[in-house]
Write a protein that binds this ligand. Sequence first.
Ligand code: SF4
Length: 221
Amino acid sequence: METTFPYEVPQREIYRYLGYKQEVPQENVLQKIESCKANLFRDVTPKAIWQYYDITWQDANTFLLDGIPVCSKNLSRNIADCHRICLLAVTLGPMPDRYIQKAEVTAMSDAVIYQAISAAMIESYCNYINDLIRKEAAEEDYFLRPRFSPGYGDFPLEFQRQIGDLLQMSKKIGITLKDSLLMMPSKSVTALIGLSTTDSNCHREGCEICNKSATCAFRRI
Ligand code: SF4
C-alpha cells in the first residue's frame, strides 16, 4: 500500500512502545503492525511550527521570555549559557486519535498497536524538525541543546499555555489545550530548545541516552 509519511520510523521503536525489549513480535502481531502502519503512514499529515526568541536571565533559575517569567531549575541548568531559545510545537494531526478511538471499540489490541506506532511517529517527526532547527541555528553559529518539554522535571506543564499563545499553535497547526493541559490532537509535542554558542555535542534524542550525561553540567535532570 502506498505510504506518504516521509520520515524514518525505526521498527525497533514501535516494538519498544509495545513493550518488546530485544525480542521481535510474533508473525500475527507483525502483520497487524504493518496494516496499522500502512493506515497511519497514508493518512497522517504532520505539522510543525517554531520560532526563535532572545531570553533575559533574572537569576540562575529564572529567565524572561517575551516578557514572561519562566522559573525552572532543571530547564535553567540545561540552557544555562543560552541567551536565545527556540519554541517548538509539532503534531501528527487528528488521524491517530481517530484510528485509536475506533479500534478501542472494535479491537483493543489494534488500539494498542496504533498507540505504539503513532508514538514512534511523533518521536521521529520531532527528530526530523529538530534537525531542521539545528541547521538553521548553525547558520547563525548556534548549537542546540536537547528538547525540553513542559512537565519535564520542574518545568511547569502550565507553560504549554504560553507556548500555545506565543506560537498561535491552535490557529496555525490545530493544537488545542484542554483544561487539564492535555493537548488535542494527543500525538502532539511542545518543547523549548536552548541555542548556545558553545558546542556541547548534544545527543538529538536527549540526555538520557547521551554518553556525556554522567559529567555534563547541562544535563536535563
Ligand atoms: S548530557 Fe549530553 S545531551 Fe544532555 S546537555 Fe549534556 S551534552 Fe547535551
